[in-house]
Design a binder for this molecule. Structure first.
Ligand code: GNR
Ligand code: NI
Length: 173
């Protein structure tokens, strides 16, 4: 397993549309293991493959509390089959937009279909934080970031904040 570097805005790779996984094999699982280790190290509650520069439709997630037993979840080629009109407003963050947080409204429940770590098909409803997080991650697969749901002013402010922090980190070295 290995910790990979997480790409940050405005890296154009984050705008790529990821392609479907054709076969869930040991190579796919090795990538998911690296993604999970990278996510726990960050730390974050979800990670899409494109955030480490791999344009495949793969997501890892763990919504458990820091102290609790880890419960990693893996999503390959996820699809949203259905949703509800009821919306949930939640303050989101993103490892690709570090130290910037803003509220985003998304459907409170979504019906998912995906392949798990073993390549088995799963269909289930996600609600609450699970729903918010999987929609945030599935946006990444389509080259969309949570800041793309905000006004242009807020989005540009977020990108500038990340660039400034990275510039300052560089001169500190
Ligand atoms: O760690 C993360 N926290 C988070 C909080 C609210 C809504 C979504 C997220 S996902 C984010 C990790 C990340 O950037 N995944 O793409
Ligand atoms: Ni993100």
């Amino acid at each position: 397993m290995a910790i990979k570097q997480i790409l940050t805005v405005p890296n154009p790779v984050l705008k790529q549309v990821s392609r479907s996984v054709e076969r869930v094999d040991d190579k796919t699982r090795a990538l998911m293991d690296d993604m999970l280790e990278t996510m726990y190290d960050a730390p974050g509650i979800g990670l899409a493959a494109i955030q480490i520069g791999v344009p495949l439709r793969i997501i890892v997630m763990d919504l458990t509390e820091a102290e609790a037993e880890p419960e990693p979840k893996y999503f390959i080629n996820p699809e949203i089959l259905d949703d509800v009109e009821e919306l949930r407003l939640w303050e989101e963050g993103c490892l690709s937009v570090p130290d910037f947080y803003e509220e985003v409204e998304r459907p409170e429940r979504v019906k998912l279909r995906y392949l798990n770590y073993d390549g088995e098909e799963v269909t289930e409803w996600a609600k609450g934080m699970y729903s918010t997080c999987i929609q945030h991650e599935m946006d990444h697969l389509n080259g969309v970031l949570f800041i793309d749901h905000l006004s242009r002013l807020k989005r540009q402010r977020a990108i500038k904040k990340v660039q400034k922090a990275e510039r300052e980190a560089e001169t500190d070295e």
